[in-house]
Design a binder for this molecule. Structure first.
Ligand SMILES: [Mg+2]
Length: 216
C-alpha cells in the first residue's frame, strides 16, 4: 500500500536544528483529526480515502511549513490522537487507522523516508526499542494518557508549572483543551477553551492564525 506513494519533492530541512536552552524548548502537541486534517477521518480510512490525492487535499495548508519551523527552531512536536489501531479491524476492506493512518499521512506530507513523525518500534519480545512521537490511542481520558507519555519522554514534570507552560496544545476538542489548560499547558487562545478549540478546527489554522502563543 505504501508503495503506491511516490516520494514527494525534497523538503528543505536546515542541516542542523538550532539548539534552544533546555528551559525554553517547547513541545507542540497536535491533535490529528480536524486540527491537522480538514475533514475528520472517522479514525479510519480505506479505499479512495487512502489515495495521495485525497490525503493531500485533506491536510490543512501550512501544516508542513509550521512543523518544519518548529523542528528547525529546536522545538519538539507530537501528534496526540484518539484514532486507534483497533479501528482497522472493524471493516472488511483493507483499512488504516490509528498509528498507521497518521504515519501514512505524514509520509505523504514529508516524504517516505521522513523521520519527523514516527511510531514506536518494538522488538520480537514486544519491548519498545525506540519511542515515537505519534500517540494514537482511543483512551477517552481527555488525553491524559497521551500527556503522560509526552511528559515522560521529554523529562517534564507535571508538578512544575514552568515545565507545563512549555507544552503547547493545538486541539479542536474543547474538553481536551480544558483539561490541558487545567494542567497549566499553553493553548492557542488563552482563557477560552471553546474559542481555542474552534480556532484549532479552522481550515486556516496554520496560515492565517499564527498568534504569539505558537509562533516559533
Ligand atoms: Mg480533533
Amino acid at each position: 500500500m505504501f508503495g503506491l506513494f511516490r516520494k514527494k519533492k525534497e523538503i528543505p530541512v536546515e542541516p542542523e536544528s538550532k539548539k534552544v536552552p533546555v528551559g525554553e524548548r517547547r513541545i507542540y502537541v497536535l491533535d490529528f483529526d480536524r486540527t491537522i486534517t480538514i475533514l475528520h477521518t472517522g479514525a479510519l480510512a480505506y479505499g479512495n480515502e487512502l489515495t495521495p490525492a485525497f490525503i493531500q487535499r485533506n491536510i490543512k495548508k501550512g501544516f508542513a511549513e509550521f512543523v518544519r519551523k518548529v523542528i528547525n527552531s529546536g522545538h519538539g512536536a507530537y501528534i496526540a490522537s484518539y484514532s486507534d489501531d483497533a479501528n482497522a479491524d472493524t471493516v472488511e476492506a483493507e483499512a488504516l487507522s490509528g498509528h498507521d493512518l497518521i504515519k501514512c499521512y505524514m509520509d505523504l506530507v514529508f516524504g517516505q523516508d521522513q523521520t519527523i513523525f514516527t511510531t514506536s518500534r518494538k522488538n520480537e519480545a514486544g519491548e519498545i526499542m525506540s519511542k515515537g512521537n505519534i500517540i494514537a490511542n482511543n483512551t477517552q481520558d481527555y488525553k491524559q494518557h497521551h500527556l503522560d507519555i509526552i511528559l515522560r519522554q521529554e523529562g517534564l514534570d507535571l508538578d512544575n508549572p514552568e515545565d507545563m507552560k512549555r507544552v503547547f496544545l493545538l486541539e479542536d476538542d474543547e474538553e481536551v483543551v480544558r483539561f490541558f489548560m487545567e494542567k497549566g499547558c499553553t493553548i492557542i487562545v488563552p482563557f477560552s477553551a471553546s474559542r481555542s478549540a474552534d480556532t484549532a478546527a479552522t481550515k486556516t489554522l496554520f496560515t492565517s492564525y499564527m498568534p504569539e502563543s505558537f509562533r516559533t
